[in-house]
Design a protein. Structure first.
Length: 283
């Protein structure tokens, strides 16, 4: 007997927390969770005005939506999320907050995408309810190899000073992006068991090129290449990622933990089997 309780059980108790909820994918994740029956949402982002705009239609449809605005790298913001959720517990955390390489320095990319993710996961650990799940946003970029010694550094727990201790060894923001998301995937593998002992799943998702503010503007050569060689020859729609995210934190995904799900329209597979090498990513 597997001990499996059967598909389609009730949603776990607790609120559903979405970070980056004002963003392209985070806002769609919030909408999909509400549609799937999560009655209490806690939406977080640095952009208060856009958060309010995301919350409004969800509230009109009867979902209880609380918003918290702040910077995820600020420990007091994470503390606010914890105190808003702690009485009810957390049934799902979808952590999409992040920045692209062109949006900040290498230090900022590492701090937001990796250090803040590690801090958030630890902060919510005691709040996660039985059957709940944490979904972290990684990226297909993190599947494209970097220098092996840098990969090893970022796949291990960070030293007390955080990723800043390694920043000198990271050439630029693109490498920082790839390594930060590699660190996120490694965290999921490393901690799945400790969360599992408490009945909680921990999983990551690696989107390919998705149509949000992060990929707007003219496409560069590597982006065009990735789409040309892919199985689905277009950018992903944020809703396509949100649908998978809502599934991954639902009880229907009860055997998925400690792993990364690539949702990229076949872009990585296309790179692997292309007849010519992919153009270098911009620095
Ligand atoms: N768009 C893509 O092609 C793509 C591909 C792979 C991975 N991703 C990842 O998916 C996630 C969502 O990206 P998106 O495309 O929806 O981008 P987006 O910019 O639309 O959304 C990201 C959200 O995070 C918020 N945010 C950024 N820094 C923050 C901070 N310090 N504190 C709090 N909130 C902060 C932003 O305000 C924004 O609303 C990111 O982690 C990104 O790295 C995106």
């Amino acid at each position: 007997m597997s001990g499996w309780q059967g598909a389609g059980g009730a949603l776990p108790t607790g609120v559903a927390v979405v970070t980056g909820a004002a963003g392209g994918m985070g806002s769609k994740c919030a909408a999909c969770l509400a549609r799937d029956g999560w009655k209490n949402l806690l939406l977080c982002d640095v952009d208060a005005a856009r958060l309010e705009a995301v919350a409004r239609p969800l509230r009109e449809n009867g979902t209880n939506v609380e918003i918290i605005a702040g910077d995820i790298t600020d420990p007091s913001f994470i503390a606010k999320i914890v105190s808003a959720a702690e009485a009810r517990g957390i049934g799902a955390l979808v952590h999409t907050a992040g920045i692209a390489p062109q949006m900040g320095t290498k230090e900022r990319v590492l701090a937001i995408n990796l250090d803040a993710t590690l801090a958030l996961v630890e902060a919510v650990r005691p709040l996660m309810t039985q059957g709940s799940a944490i979904l972290l946003y990684a990226s297909t970029a993190s599947h494209i190899p970097e220098a092996p010694e840098l990969e090893a550094l970022f796949e291990n727990p960070l030293p007390p000073g955080g990723s800043l201790s390694y920043a000198d060894r990271v050439p630029g923001a693109m490498e920082a992006y790839k390594l930060s998301k590699r660190g996120v995937r490694a965290l999921v593998r490393r901690e799945a068991r400790s969360f599992g002992k408490r009945g909680v799943r921990l999983v990551s998702i690696s989107p390919g090129i998705v149509d949000t503010v992060m990929t707007e503007g003219e496409m560069n050569d590597p982006m065009r290449f990735m789409i040309d060689v892919a199985g689905v020859q277009r950018k992903g729609d944020p809703v396509e990622l949100a649908e998978v995210s809502a599934f991954l934190v639902s009880p229907r995904a009860s055997f998925i933990t400690g792993t990364d799900l690539v949702v990229d329209g076949g872009q990585l597979a296309g790179i692997e089997h292309a007849e010519v090498a992919m153009p270098d990513l911009p620095k």
